[in-house]
Design a protein around this ligand. Structure first.
Ligand SMILES: C[S@@+](CC[C@H](N)C(=O)[O-])C[C@H]1O[C@@H](n2cnc3c(N)ncnc32)[C@H](O)[C@@H]1O
Length: 378
């Protein structure tokens, strides 16, 4: 069991990286779509050298470098146009600061980012979630992210989405979660763990089972391990010999890091909720079925997801998968919440150097939270 007290996070990450190398062959890359196949093949080189040693500098800047995932916007330190911060930067690097400020003020791309970020803030505000947003300023979190500072809030696009999704959960089932001695959830396609950061802070007794590619889990370990130094993490070292990870095992930990090829070991009843954000809809059908016909999914009380209504719209076929909302087994659940994700109502594109345009998504996301019908099974 990996607890903060036993060894430094750096040592524990090194152990996980060595273990990941042994796992590398268990994933058949041909089963992935082209975007993720490409990322799985290339991104790990930014974290590990060819002898498998960690690149600590890149790890500490992994969000700024958009390793595996981008936080989308902003993409500079001056997006907030805060003159005091800018003056401090100017004192250190005058040339760079003047250039960056000019770009912020003039470039259509940068002004478009601000337009979009302010629109996101307005949705958060309208939905009464600014207190939650204020509670979790993104700039203070690991990976050196870019942060947009606006009306006492500090966020970027990915961050705002996870604050919002947690706000929805709190509103609908927060009391139920906190009334239990334990609450375990699986986050499939967890990325570096932004959802779990907010969730664990909001519900400290919770256990998160984080499912993703091994190197994504390295980032999640770095991210969450830096924030929660005393948390208990399970890695493949802790469950290597177990063919089934049951409820009692999972709940011994704060976080279980579960590479995709190990997910099938997660037993029915091991988790109370399966969550998935912005990723099932990006997967080929093979993986979609792997997760949504699994014992863990079939035995979970809640399903919480935000994904595209149509993964590859005819006019903008973003992913090579033909999945749509009709493929999600929503009929297995009583609806608690259904909506079109209001965060990120449009994106912006540079029109020419000075101007930008707002583009409506051709495939918006749907948010769904449901409770399994007839749960628990007799
Ligand atoms: C767009 S990102 C979303 C990440 C995270 N859920 C979030 O909202 O910030 C998609 C995620 O799905 C993961 N992913 C892609 N294919 C996967 C698969 N077959 N199994 C599990 N995760 C996968 C990627 O590694 C990535 O972390």
């Amino acid at each position: 069991m990996n607890t903060g007290g036993q060894s430094s996070l750096e040592e524990r990450l090194r152990d996980l990286a060595a273990l990941n190398q042994k796992l590398a062959d268990t994933l058949n890359l041909d089963t992935l779509d082209s975007k993720w196949r490409n990322l799985v093949q290339n991104e790990p080189q930014k974290l590990l050298d060819k002898d498998g040693r960690l690149n600590w500098g890149n790890l500490q800047n992994f969000r700024r470098l958009s390793i595996f995932l981008s936080d989308m916007a902003p993409s500079s330190d001056f997006s907030h146009l805060d003159i005091r911060r800018w003056a401090r930067a100017f004192a250190e690097q005058p040339g760079r600061s003047v250039g960056e400020l000019a770009r912020e003020l003039l470039s259509g791309a940068r002004r478009g980012q601000r337009d979009m970020l302010r629109a996101i803030w307005r949705v958060i505000d309208r939905d009464g979630m600014t207190d939650l947003m204020r509670k979790y300023p993104v700039g203070a979190t690991p990976g050196n992210p870019y942060a947009f500072r606006y009306k006492d809030c500090e966020f970027n696009v990915r961050w705002a989405r996870h604050v919002y999704l947690n706000g929805l959960l709190n509103r609908h089932i927060g009391r139920d979660i906190d009334s239990r001695d334990s609450f375990a959830y699986a986050d499939i396609g967890c990325g570096y763990g932004p959802f779990s950061y907010v969730f664990k802070n909001e519900h400290p007794r919770a256990t998160g089972v984080l499912v993703d590619f091994p190197e994504q889990l390295l980032l999640a370990y770095f991210f969450l391990g830096s924030i929660f130094p005393d948390a208990k993490f399970a890695t493949p070292d802790d469950y290597g010999n177990l063919s089934s990870l049951d409820s009692a095992f999972v709940r011994k930990f704060d976080f279980v890091l579960l590479p995709v090829t190990h997910y099938e070991r997660l037993a029915s009843g091991s988790v109370d909720m399966v969550a998935n954000f912005f990723s099932l809809g990006e997967m080929p059908r093979f993986w979609f079925d792997y997760y949504l016909t699994s014992p863990a999914f079939k035995g979970a009380e809640y399903f919480f997801t935000s994904n595209r209504i149509e993964s590859a719209p005819r006019l903008e076929p973003t992913y090579d998968t033909d999945l749509t909302i009709l493929d999600y087994p929503l009929e297995e659940f009583d609806k608690i919440l259904f909506e079109v994700l209001p965060i990120y109502p449009f994106y912006t594109r540079r029109k020419n150097f000075f101007f930008h345009e707002r583009i409506t998504f051709s495939a918006p996301n749907f948010d769904f939270l449901g409770r399994r019908k007839g749960f628990p099974a007799p």
